[in-house]
Structure formats: structure tokens, C-alpha cells
Design a protein around this ligand. Structure first.
Ligand SMILES: [Zn+2]
Length: 352
């Protein structure tokens, strides 16, 4: 009798899991991968957590997944059980627990079992990443205009250092100081590259210094009462040997000082090292152009066969539309064609 009770306790404690489950767990501030063992007893399921891998503690998503793989391997080998990891490639996809996965709705596009969103703004039939892809594809299909996005570089002998990106030119700190020079260089091209040469940069540098000195003349040090200490962050910045303490947020005067100092550092770097400024504008660019150029530049690492591009866009554009897009990108200097291959040019790289 005693022996059989002991046996039972032993059996319940040693109950074998039926699967190992990996689900992403995310909100606005946190991304983690939760790894659980799944147990089944009398038709009811339970899970036991064995690891929580926090995204921020890893160098990359790849490193996190490698760690997960080690844990998964240890358990699948020990118990010879099934792995349930429905969304290894996308943390933004919400998936159900193992025991609900067979009956849960599947995303219409990727067929992954999903927990349909409760948001009234999002469709319920697809997962979030597929929803984004559908939206993007619609923009490509309808040839939606995409002229937003201005890139700024320091350039010398075909070497480029990106020093800023803004959706609109006016958002750059230096925009008001160089606007006239920029407008004068505009032409009818789809890609406009505006260059600031040494004399322009000297002038810019002088204007920035003047504007900064005006701001510093009326600079006020933060005064923080005991009660506000918890909620207020400040930082220190040095300019011409003097240290200034600045509010990190919600203070436009301090914000401008900080932006001007950082713009001035760039103009001084340009002058000291003989760089020019190159600013890239688009006019008449579309989501079609942008997507195809990004595909060749990032997914294909700068060069791709035309067949590969046709395959990638076969459900979104006709072959004629794809060829027209490639030809446009060649014409505006973003791609070059060599036989069956296309390669991204420096201009192409610099706008995506
Ligand atoms: Zn999906």
C-alpha cells in the first residue's frame, strides 16, 4: 500500500511533458521569449515555465534565438517531445498556447495560428506583420507617392558618413541657415543631390555659432525642486570650455542649444576634414521604387538577378510593371543593369 502511494507520487512528479512551447511576450516596453513545458493530465493542459529570455539582454535577435535553441534542444532530446514555436521569425505576432493551436484561427496569409486582435483599428483575419505587409503591398500596387525622407551625409572621395535623416527637410536644425542655397540647386530630377562646399560650410558654421551664442546669452540653468527630482532628467554638455546643464525634455530653449551644438560639431568636422555636405531629396519617387530599391540594397546585399526581383514581386506587380520600375531606377541613377543583373549605385544606397 505504502509502496503504491509512493509510486503514485513519484509518477505525478515525474509526469512527462508532451511538448515544449516558445511564445513571444511583448508590450510597449518589453520583448521576451517565454519557454514553457506543456503537460497533459486527464484532458486538461498546464504549462511550467523553464525560461524567459529578455530581448534587451541579448546583442541581437539571432543571439537570443541561439540561446533558445540550446534550451529547446536539451528538453526535446531529454523527453523526445514536440516543439511548438509558431512564430520564430516575428515577435510582433500574437499566438495561442499549444493546446489551443489546433482550433485557433489561422492568419489568412501566413497560416500561423493566431489570437485575433481586439483592436478596432486592425483586421482580425491576419496577424500584425501580415497586416503591415498587406498595407505595404497596397502602396506598391497603387504606385503611391513616396517623396518623404531627406538624407544628409558628410562626403569625401566616395566615402559617406550619414549625419541625419528627417521626414521633411525643414526638420533639420541647419535647414533655416541653408534653405536658400538648397532651393537654388533644385532641378527637375527625381533625385536631387544638393552639395554644400567649403565656402557654404564656412558660412553655415558662422551662422550656427551666432545662433548658438544668442541662445547661450539667455541660458538658464535648470532649477529643480525636491518634488520634481524624480521626474526630471538633465544632462551636461560642454561648449568652448564651459559646461551647461540642460533639461533632457520639454524645454525648447535647451533643446535648441543641444541641437545647435551638435550641428556645429558636424560643420566643424566637415571643415577640419575637407568634407562636403550632400543632401538627398526625392521628387516623383513611389513606394514601388522605394521597395524594389530596398529589396536589392538590403535583402540582396546590393546586387540581384532580374529573375529574383520578378519572383519577389510576382503577386504584387505585373512583369511589365516590375520592368518599368527597374528601368525608372536605372534612369534616375539608383541602379545599373549588367546583363541579367542589377546593382545599386552610390546614389541608390544613399537614399535608402
Ligand atoms: Zn500572418
Amino acid at each position: 500500500m505504502i509502496k503504491s502511494i509512493l509510486q503514485n507520487i513519484f509518477n505525478t512528479e515525474e509526469i512527462k511533458p508532451i511538448a515544449i512551447q516558445c511564445l513571444w511576450n511583448s508590450d510597449w516596453e518589453y520583448i521576451g521569449l517565454t519557454i514553457d513545458l506543456i503537460f497533459k493530465k486527464n484532458n486538461s493542459y498546464s504549462k511550467q515555465n523553464i525560461a524567459e529570455l529578455e530581448y534587451q539582454k541579448f546583442e541581437s535577435e539571432e543571439a537570443l534565438l541561439q540561446e533558445a535553441e540550446k534550451i529547446i534542444k536539451a528538453y526535446t532530446e531529454k523527453y523526445d517531445i514536440e516543439l511548438y514555436f509558431p512564430s520564430p521569425d516575428k515577435w510582433s505576432r500574437d499566438c495561442p498556447d499549444y493546446w489551443e493551436s489546433k482550433t485557433a484561427p489561422k492568419c489568412e496569409d501566413c497560416k500561423t495560428p493566431i489570437i485575433p486582435t481586439k483592436s478596432i483599428y486592425l483586421p482580425k483575419e491576419v496577424c500584425y506583420p501580415c497586416h503591415l505587409e498587406r498595407e505595404q503591398n497596397n502602396k506598391i500596387k497603387s504606385e503611391e507617392q513616396y517623396d518623404n525622407g531627406v538624407q544628409m551625409y558628410l562626403a569625401k572621395n566616395n566615402e559617406y558618413e550619414n549625419i541625419g535623416y528627417c521626414s521633411y527637410f525643414k526638420d533639420f536644425t541647419i535647414a533655416p541657415f541653408i534653405n536658400d542655397k538648397v532651393q537654388k540647386q533644385f532641378n527637375e530630377n527625381v533625385i536631387n543631390v544638393v552639395t554644400l562646399h567649403k565656402s557654404d560650410i564656412l558660412e553655415l558654421n558662422e551662422d550656427l555659432e551666432k545662433a548658438l551664442n544668442e541662445k547661450l546669452a539667455v541660458y538658464e540653468k535648470p532649477v529643480i525642486g525636491e518634488a520634481e527630482k524624480k521626474f526630471t532628467r538633465t544632462y551636461k554638455i560642454e561648449y568652448k570650455g564651459i559646461e551647461y546643464e540642460l533639461y533632457s525634455r520639454f524645454n525648447s530653449a535647451h533643446n535648441e542649444i543641444s541641437n545647435l551644438i551638435s550641428a556645429l560639431k558636424k560643420s566643424q568636422k566637415a571643415l577640419q576634414n575637407d568634407y562636403v555636405y550632400e543632401i538627398y531629396f526625392k521628387k516623383g519617387f513611389t513606394h514601388r521604387d522605394d521597395s524594389l530599391l530596398r529589396f536589392v540594397n538590403y535583402a540582396c546585399k546590393g546586387s540581384s538577378s532580374i529573375e529574383k526581383i520578378m519572383e519577389k514581386y510576382k503577386d504584387v506587380m505585373s512583369e511589365t510593371e516590375i520592368s518599368t520600375t527597374i528601368n525608372k531606377l536605372v534612369k534616375i541613377g539608383c541602379l545599373v543593369i549588367n546583363g541579367n543583373f542589377v546593382t545599386v549605385t552610390t546614389t541608390g544606397k544613399n537614399i535608402v
